[in-house]
Write a protein that binds this ligand. Structure first.
Ligand code: ADP
Length: 170
């Protein structure tokens, strides 16, 4: 059984992520999308919300599971029996960070390999932070995220506008 982990913040999951997950799922028997609970980023969604959205969006892919994690990505890989980490590469500027992380993970667990899948050119510009920025500025993000994610962004905005926003969420 070949298992891979596709880790990230997924705040929220967008079409660029879904495309990488779908393509990686054809290369492995099982793909575990690991949702990192506490990235060093300003988060819009809680880890439970990010997991629920990713599960709903990736539900059509039978061999894809979504799990939250805290701590090292290589530990998540060990706990699910994965030998491979999958990451997506957009532009040249992603490379430096991905390279650094791959080498660090190699140090931590030498037999876990990292593979990077190139984005599709139509998603090369797409990032979760840009989705949030465009949405917040009143732009149409329906071509970038699943309708469920769009609904969650709208719901979050309603809660924040209504003063029910959760602490720590932007
Ligand atoms: P992280 O906080 O770990 O960078 P992200 O949720 O931003 O997590 O991204 C998770 C992974 O998906 C990363 O490998 C990232 O490069 C990749 N990714 C993000 N957006 C795209 C995209 N538009 N096309 C392909 N891969 C992408």
């Amino acid at each position: 059984m070949r298992t891979a982990v596709y880790p990230g913040s997924f705040d929220p999951i967008h079409f660029g992520h879904t495309d990488i997950a779908q393509r990686a799922a054809t290369l492995f028997d099982r793909l575990v999308v690991g949702i990192y609970a506490r990235p060093d980023k300003h988060l819009r969604f809680t880890v439970d919300e990010r997991v629920a959205l990713a599960r709903a969006v990736l539900e059509p892919f039978a061999n894809v599971d979504v799990l939250p994690y805290d701590g090292l990505t290589v530990e998540l890989a060990r706990s699910v029996g994965a030998q491979t980490l999958v990451r997506g590469l957009r532009v040249i500027s992603d490379f430096e960070r991905e390279y650094q992380m791959a080498l660090m993970n190699q140090q931590l667990r030498p037999h876990v390999e990292t593979i990077c899948l190139m984005t599709r050119y139509e998603y090369a510009f797409l990032s979760a932070s840009l989705v949030k920025e465009v949405f917040d500025a009143g732009g149409d993000v329906s071509g970038m995220v699943n309708p469920l994610v769009l609904a969650a962004l709208e719901e979050k905005r309603r809660r924040i506008d209504g003063g029910v926003g959760c602490p720590g969420m932007g």
